[in-house]
Design a protein around this ligand. Sequence first.
Ligand code: SF4
Length: 309
Amino acid sequence: MNLVGMPEAMIASSEQSLTPERERREKLELNKLQKRLRREVGQAIADFSMIEAGDKVMCCLSGGKDSYAMLDILLNLQKSAPVSFELIAVNLDQKQPGFPEEVLPEYLSSMGIEYHIIEKDTYSIVKEKVPEGKTTCGLCSRLRRGILYNFAEEHGVTKIALGHHRDDLLETLFLNMFYGGKLKTMPPVLHSDDGRNTVIRPLSYSREKDIARYAALREFPIIPCNLCGSQENLQRQVIKDMFQSWDKQHPGRLETMFRAICNVEPSHLADTSLYDFREGKRLGGKRQAVNTAEPEASADFGRLDVLNI
Ligand code: SF4
C-alpha cells in the first residue's frame, strides 16, 4: 500500500492505461499543430511570393528547433505544392567545441533529403579576433552568412530559407526601435542589392511557442546552441521576457503587433523619404544599404536563439 491507500499494482496499471490516452492526445495535438504551421507557412509563401516554380531552396539548419521545424514543414508542403521546387539542407559546422557532428547527418539521411555539411572553423577566428568578454555574435554571424551565401551562389540556389519566426521579427523590431532608432525588422523576403542572394523566412507568420511544442512532439534531435560559450544577448532577453509577460497578461497583443508591421501608414509616421508631406503623396523611401550582411539586427543584437544564421 502507498500513502493514499492504493495498492502499487493498481497504480502501475492505471499509469499503463494512461499512456495510450496520452499518446492519442499528443498525436491529435501534433496533427493540429502541423496543420496550423502548414497553413501559416503556405500563407507566408503565397503572400510574399517566397517560392516559385523551379526554385532551388536551401534550408539552413543550425540544429535548433526552428530550423528543424522549417525544414519539416517545407518538406511536407513540397509534396502537395502547386508548383515544383527543389529543397536541400545545409549546415555549417563552425567547429565549436563539443558540436555533435553526427546528429544532423543521421537525421537528414533518415529524411532522404540532399544535404551538405560545410566545415569551417569560424570558432577559432572569432576567439582570436574578439577580445575576451566582448560579444562574439556579430563577427560570428557575419562569417557564417558569408560562407552560406557563397555556398548558395556556387550551388545554383535561388532561395536561402532561414528559420526566423514571428517572435524573432517582433523582437528585432523592438530592438531596432529601442537601440537603433529605426523602425525596421527582418523582412519575410530580402533581395540582396547585388542580386546574388534572396533570403526567405517561411516561418514569419508562426509563433515561437507553437514551433517549440511542435519540435518537442516531433522529437527533433536538437543541438544545444550554447556550445560557443556566448551568453544569451541581454537586450534580446529583456524583450523576450517582456513579450512573454504581455502574452500572458494581454493575449492577442503580439498578434496585433505583427499585424501592425504588415499594415504600415507612411502618411502617419514622420519619415520624409516615405511621404511627401507638402504634396500629400507617398514616396519611394530610402534606398537601404542592404547587402548580404543582413540581417544587421542579428549581428548587432547578438544571437537569435534559433538559426544563428
Ligand atoms: S551564440 Fe551563435 S552567433 Fe553567437 S557566437 Fe555563438 S554560435 Fe556565434
